[in-house]
Design a protein around this ligand. Structure first.
Ligand SMILES: Cc1ncc(COP(=O)(O)O)c(C=O)c1O
Length: 356
């Protein structure tokens, strides 16, 4: 009997991210400059035919990562990008029609996976001023809720939680026996982390990625950290040899090369400071710079600006319609200062109100 899973048939996915070659890509929160070329060359020097021929071994890198996180390897499962880790946490810790609570707008894959598995995703919206009232999250934490998804910081809003706010949410999650998934894809751009919850108590996970500050989105590597039995559940769902040998080699080199992480952070900070100074000087309202992206309210139509940036300036950025009191706005990835200069020059030229 032929069978088509109608949950998959009806699923809406976006497959428009190819053909970006030749553009300055500020639309997917990658690092436009990437890792230094000499560093890349050095890492590739050690690649042998055997290295390419053999299935990847995860033990060595998992131990390096565990040391970096000050934990034990049993608390980590490596995944093919953190998107994979998120998918498996949803699959393993929620049931058919299970109730998942998450903030919106947010990283869209939370809703995609929820639909894929037939879960019930309950949305907690941001306020008009784009802040998040944590009491609105707590109100949704019922005993039937199986999973709460939080982001620290959130994409695309850039919101973060204070320690007190986070603990208040956790008290309610524990009382209602709700597994908590904290997406820290943008950790390092914003240093406060809640990973200690994941490493020290049960039913809390943190997912992180090497795609953002580590500048390795093309390699696909992420991980989930949590209590060891929970992590084992995620591991069981992974396809065999899901993590790429090149990715682990690059990630290990970034973690063990003295000064590499600091230099990535400082290049990023210079770019961020440059951009914010420009936006303030030119009266652009902006919001949410805790990740490697920022919301900007343009003076003219956001979508038209996105289209013109693409065709006239070869710069890719993203438009977000109806974002609270910001209305229609742009989300722009932040990178090194030279890329921010390209972007700000283009913005000055294209985002002009018609003069009467
Ligand atoms: C909030 C958030 N989580 C997770 C991801 C997935 O990243 P990756 O699968 O590259 O690790 C992204 C990607 O943009 C993101 O914005």
């Amino acid at each position: 009997m032929y069978y088509l899973n109608n949950k998959i048939e009806n699923l809406v996915r976006i497959f428009d991210q190819n053909e970006r070659k030749g553009y300055l890509r500020l639309d997917l929160n990658e690092n436009p400059g990437g890792l230094p070329q000499d560093f890349i060359n050095k890492v590739l020097e050690g690649i042998t035919p055997e290295f390419v021929a053999q299935y990847p071994e995860t033990l060595q890198f998992t131990e390096v990562l565990a040391k970096h996180l000050n934990t034990d390897k049993n608390h980590i499962c490596l995944t093919n990008g953190s998107a994979e880790a998120i998918r498996y946490v949803i699959q393993a810790f929620t049931s058919d029609n299970g109730r998942i609570v998450g903030v919106v707008p947010s990283y869209f894959m939370f809703q995609v996976y929820s639909e894929m598995y037939g879960r019930n995703f309950v949305k907690v919206p941001y306020e008009e001023d784009l802040s998040m009232n944590v009491d609105n999250i707590i109100k949704e934490l019922t005993p039937e809720t199986e999973l709460l998804i939080l982001l620290n910081p959130n994409n695309p809003m850039g919101n973060v939680y204070t320690d007190e706010e986070f603990e208040k949410i956790m008290i309610s999650a524990r009382a209602n026996k709700i597994t908590v998934l904290i997406d820290e894809a943008y950790h390092y751009f914003y240093p406060r982390t809640f990973i200690n919850y994941a490493l020290n108590e049960e039913h809390v996970f943190v997912t992180r990625t090497f795609s953002k500050l580590f500048s390795m989105a093309g390699c696909r590597l992420g991980y989930v950290a949590g209590w060891s039995e929970g992590v084992k559940m995620v591991q069981k769902l992974c396809t065999p040899h899901n993590t790429n040998a090149f990715a682990m080699r690059f990630a290990e080199a970034v973690l063990t090369t003295p000064g590499m992480l600091d230099s990535l952070i400082s290049n990023f900070n210079n770019g961020r400071n440059y951009l914010i100074k420009f936006l303030d000087a030119n009266y652009y309202p902006h919001k949410g710079d805790a990740g490697n992206f920022i919301f900007i309210k343009p003076k003219t139509d956001a979508q038209k600006l996105v289209d013109r940036m693409k065709t006239e300036k070869k710069i890719l950025i993203k438009a977000y319609p109806n974002v609270g009191k910001f209305g229609n706005c742009l989300r722009v990835s932040i990178g090194e200062e030279k890329y921010m200069k390209f972007f700000t020059e283009a913005l000055l030229e294209l985002d002009r109100l018609e003069e009467n």
